[in-house]
Design a protein around this ligand. Structure first.
Ligand code: GLA
Length: 740
């Protein structure tokens, strides 16, 4: 890994064994982009990559030259309103009403490792040699605002992390109305754009289309990253697929309103922008202050989408997630939500916990309904103390009993919310986000606390910290069940209301930071009505997240498959629930429910007492299995093999680092009569190793990858004597072990 600087040419080349990123100072002093892709030689002069020519209808920078127009130049961080007519990376409203700025190269510095971003989640290094950071300093002579562009190249992987910092060294206050994290101009537009979209209970479905002249974008204006769109997009070459070809992934480490956009101009160049959504954003950058954008991560590969995902998995698992649980196998949990909803008392909980313990579960999680007057959605949020009618000995008493059983105890909170019917709201009705003299809209009968105010965050912190220090709590599920409306903070002046969405998220991060620092061994799981805030920002604090409220195994195939494009298996909350399933009313075999949930953190969300004795035995076996294999599953290399979005089957696998062990999961959706023969082509094995499959057949790695694993079942014809009929929602795991 290296950052080479050619001072005469004013050119910067960041490279490692896999990628090169090259940029230069343009003749007008602004920063131009020259190349991002597979590693190329480091050389003196790349000026030939800066193509310029005079074109009709262009607006020009230099009086005597018709060829230099920013419209036709690929840039690092485009400004608003000069000769470039594409959507800019920044816009600054100045005192005289002008929005024009000009940021000229001023200086650069290189730091080993990676500086922290104040108040924001970001990737990090543990050792200075893991990465290098180039900081390019630009200045606008008129406003005296300084802009620092951060580029980190990691030693391994095709990763560049970027962000921008604005420092107002001038004397006048200005307003930042657009401040993107990343602006990436690519030389052509022959890409398929893939976004990860959906809604509650069907999060992160990949949706692809070819880029065309014009703008393609996804984003969120809900105050959280949202179920509807994830802050992650991929541009891939049309011929690229899971196993080969060029692709670039763009991921934003942020949990609030975001925009991810690709603009293809008239000459087929593509500008990717990613960052805080400019709509509704207006940050007053007073003289003497600075503003740091969130971080965006770009990953380049020429080896297909699985490779792209694996690079994100490694980075996010090891250098974004932090703390005690980062590298640890995740405890197998039981959650009472779908078992009881709000209707429980201590006795009922202890029964559920007792049976779970019998079966081998390690962590009991008490979900919503334990606090204040929380017997329905209408009351209690904000009152983070136990309801004595349900829990006579409080959380402390219950936690102690669970611990005595030999299990850890976990607790649900929804820290950012309040019900009108709560002590907290009665005491501080002005603590919610609402626009004065206008109606405050509810979501699930609850209001959003104004987390842009420190005193609000302080109060919630005190309540939570009190409980976490008194009771033996090993896990916290942090939920967030509504989007923001009428976003306004009574604590801020009129000209700072455009800061509230972002300040809110900074408040969320602040609370997370304080709690995780004070209680470093507590495992945090993020949640927002399932996967409504399943983003890299929260992964920095909570190494796992509840992937979706949809617990149906068939639906989960799609959700987990889609989620895996960016996020590692170790962060996907996945539970076995009852049938008929509560979201779909569908009945799937218990084995299939587990075979899907294994590829995640794994747990149960039901009352095991209500299962038959045979089913309980099956659960015990599942738990034994997961305990044995969770290190491999959660920390191995994950491959998508067959997409449930395209087929009646789905397939995926994990391979150990030394390639001596692998588990492949294959899932059939609907059964069919007299079906074709079927194979699944495995990945990532050692071609020369002989593997034993399910303790029976022996195959070489190259056979399994090239001839394929035969997965044909009875549905391919009449079932042979002694062979079981196949059925809907059938699934099978293949345990693949190197022969000694
Ligand atoms: C959200 C979560 C669920 C559960 C409920 C409780 O919907 O996603 O898992 O915790 O809230 O109200």
């Amino acid at each position: 890994m290296n950052i080479s600087v050619n001072v005469e040419q004013n050119t910067f080349h960041l490279y490692n064994n896999e990628i090169s990123y090259i940029m230069t100072v343009l003749p007008n002093g602004q920063m131009g982009q020259l190349y991002f892709g597979r590693r190329v030689h480091d050389r003196e002069d790349y000026s030939y990559l800066l193509e310029m020519r005079s074109r009709p209808m262009s607006s020009c920078v230099f009086d005597t030259d018709k060829s230099f127009s920013m419209e036709h130049i690929r840039q690092e961080y485009a400004v608003f309103g000069t000769t470039d007519y594409r959507i800019p990376a920044m816009e600054i409203l100045q005192k005289n009403g002008s929005r024009i700025s000009e940021f000229l190269f001023h200086d650069y510095r290189i730091e080993n490792g990676k500086p922290k971003l104040p108040g924001l989640p970001a990737t990090y290094t543990e050792d200075e040699n893991e990465a290098q950071t180039l900081i390019v300093g630009l200045e606008d002579p008129l406003t005296q605002i300084r802009l620092e562009l951060f580029y980190t190249i990691f030693e391994k992987g095709g990763v560049i992390a970027r962000s921008a910092r604005f420092i107002n060294n001038g004397v006048e206050d200005v307003h930042l109305t657009t401040a993107m994290s990343l602006c990436m101009d690519l030389p052509d537009s022959d890409y398929d754009w893939i976004q990860f979209s959906g809604a509650w209970a069907r999060e992160r479905y990949p949706k692809a289309r070819h880029l065309e002249q014009g703008i393609q974008s996804v984003g969120s204006m809900r105050g959280h990253s949202s179920h509807n769109h994830n802050p992650f997009v991929i541009l891939k070459r049309p011929t690229a697929d899971e196993f080969q070809g060029e692709a670039i992934g763009f991921s934003l480490i942020y949990s609030g309103n975001f925009l991810a956009q690709a603009e293809v101009d008239a000459y087929d160049t593509t500008r990717v922008l990613m960052g805080i959504h400019p709509a509704g954003f207006d940050w007053k950058l007073s003289a003497g202050t600075s503003f740091q954008t969130p971080e965006a991560v770009m990953v380049y590969t020429d080896q297909g989408l699985n490779c792209l995902s694996q690079t994100f998995h490694r980075l996010y698992q090891k250098r974004l997630a932090r703390g005690y649980w980062r590298d640890r196998e995740r405890p197998i949990l039981i959650n009472n939500w779908e078992a009881t909803y709000f209707d429980f008392n201590e006795e009922k909980l202890l029964q559920i916990a007792g049976k779970a313990k019998d079966c081998g579960v390690e962590l009991f999680v008490l979900d919503d309904g334990w606090f204040g007057k929380r017997n329905s959605e209408h009351a209690g949020l904000g009152d983070w103390f136990a309801n004595p009618d349900k829990l006579p000995e409080g959380i402390t008493g219950l936690a102690e009993k669970i611990e005595k059983m030999g299990m850890m105890f976990g607790l649900w909170f929804e820290p950012e919310m309040v019900n009108e019917d709560s002590d907290l709201y009665r005491e501080h009705p002005d603590w919610i986000l609402r626009t004065p003299e206008r109606k405050a809209s509810h979501g699930r009968f609850q209001y959003v606390l104004d987390f842009s105010r420190k005193e609000v965050v302080d109060r919630i912190y005190e309540m939570m910290a009190k409980l976490l220090s008194k009771a033996k709590i090993s896990y916290v599920k942090w939920d967030m069940n509504r989007s923001i409306t009428e976003c306004y903070s009574t604590a801020l002046p009129a000209d700072r209301q455009g800061e509230v969405y972002h300040r809110y998220i900074l408040g969320v991060y602040d609370l997370y930071e304080r709690l995780t620092n004070r209680f470093p061994k507590v495992l945090f799981e993020s949640c927002a009505s399932g996967g409504g805030r399943f983003d890299p920002g929260l992964l920095y604090y909570a190494p796992q997240g509840w992937t979706s409220d949809d617990t149906d195994a068939v639906e989960r195939l799609k959700i987990q498959y889609g989620t895996s494009y960016c996020y590692p298996i170790s962060c996907m909350g996945s539970h076995v629930s009852v049938t008929p399933n509560h979201q779909l009313n569908r009945c799937t075999p218990l084995a299939t429910r587990a075979n899907v949930a294994y590829f995640g953190t794994f747990g149960y969300e039901l009352d095991l007492n209500r299962l038959t004795v045979e089913e309980q035995e099956e659960v015990k076996e599942q738990i034994r299995f997961m305990k044995k294999y969770r290190r491999l599953i959660q920390f191995g290399t994950f491959y998508r093999l067959q997409s449930p979005f395209e087929n009646n089957v789905a397939g995926w696998m994990v391979v150990s680092k030394d390639k001596k062990e692998a588990i492949a999961g294959r899932y059939k959706i609907l059964n069919g009569a007299n079906q074709p023969f079927e194979r699944m082509y495995l990945q990532g094995l050692d071609a020369d190793i002989q593997y034993r499959i399910n303790e029976k057949d022996i195959r070489y790695g190259d056979e399994l990858m090239n001839c394929g694993l035969i997965t044909t079942d009875a549905s391919a014809g009449e079932s042979a004597p002694g062979e079981k009929m196949s059925y809907d929602f059938e699934s099978k795991l293949y345990m693949i072990k190197a022969e000694e």
